[in-house]
Ligand binder design. Structure first.
Ligand code: DGL
Length: 265
């Protein structure tokens, strides 16, 4: 039996991380879990996020994974230490690589971070940036409407509400003269055109999945791993929406999406 990678998120967002890794990670099988029944995680308190994340990890372990990527910044910022202590399997968070990349990218030292309410409240991004770059000024903004917009597919370039939401949340960051913005939630890359529309082309956007790939998974591979997707609600909706997240649909051509009851784990 070959190596099996487990990935989880609250819903569709972790697919941006999966997409960045496909073609680079040498696994025979990938198991993805999206907790579509309990999304968004970012609106919950730390203890709930930890409880959900432990169930997610236990589910992936039941599928025989050798390593787990937490493709959710909300879980990474609120629960990664506790998860690493509770389980023996290697568990990889999604924040460090993005923070390192942002610190390398900034020229004027003004870094913006957009993320869920729970990630911003944890203050993990700001603390990690200032550990590497004490002089950096960090401008945080929680954007709670973004995940529901993305989960419900309101991301097409013509959909006005997604442009309005970006204007609403990002106008302060624009005034703060940031030159680098961490898309601190794995859902947010789906709103890149709308974000660029507000901030302009000159602000460097850091995608957490791409940063992880560049740091940890550098070797290209032609392997096509089998991907088994599991969700806790609406597998049909997930099946329709997931193709928007995966740039090479060859990877998901033969994959399956199954419904599970996550409270059982
Ligand atoms: N995609 C997740 C993150 O990176 C979770 C979003 C949510 O469920 O609130 O934070």
């Amino acid at each position: 039996m070959g190596k099996v990678l487990g990935i989880f998120d609250s819903g569709l967002g972790g697919l941006t991380v999966l997409d960045s890794l496909l073609g680079y990670c040498d696994y025979d099988r990938i198991v993805y879990f999206g907790d579509t029944e309990r999304v968004p995680y970012g609106a919950h308190k730390k203890t709930t996020i930890l409880e959900y994340a432990k169930q997610d990890v236990r589910f992936l372990l039941s599928k025989g994974v050798d390593e787990i990527i937490v493709a959710c910044a909300t879980v990474t910022s609120n629960a990664i230490g506790e998860l690493k202590q509770a389980f023996e399997v290697p568990i990889i968070g999604i924040i460090d690589a993005a923070v390192e990349k942002a610190c390398k990218s900034t020229i004027n030292g003004n870094i913006g971070v957009i993320a869920t309410k729970a990630s911003i409240s944890s203050n993990v991004y700001e603390k990690s940036i200032n550990k590497i770059l004490p002089s950096a000024k960090v401008f945080n903004k929680a954007c709670p409407l973004f995940v529901p917009l993305i989960e419900y597919g309101f991301t097409h370039e013509g959909v006005e509400v997604s442009y309005k939401a970006c204007e609403y949340y990002l106008k302060d960051l624009k005034e703060n003269n940031i030159d680098t913005l961490i898309l601190g939630c794995t859902h947010y890359p789906l709103l890149k055109p709308q974000i660029v529309n507000v901030l302009g082309e000159n602000v460097k956007l850091i995608d957490v999945g791409v940063a992880l790939q560049e740091k940890k998974y550098q070797t290209k591979t032609t392997k096509l791993p089998r991907i088994d997707f599991y969700v806790s609600n609406e597998p049909e909706k997930f099946t329709i929406e997931m193709s928007k997240f995966i740039s090479n649909n060859l990877f998901i051509k033969n994959s399956t999406v199954s419904l599970i009851h996550i409270e059982d784990y």
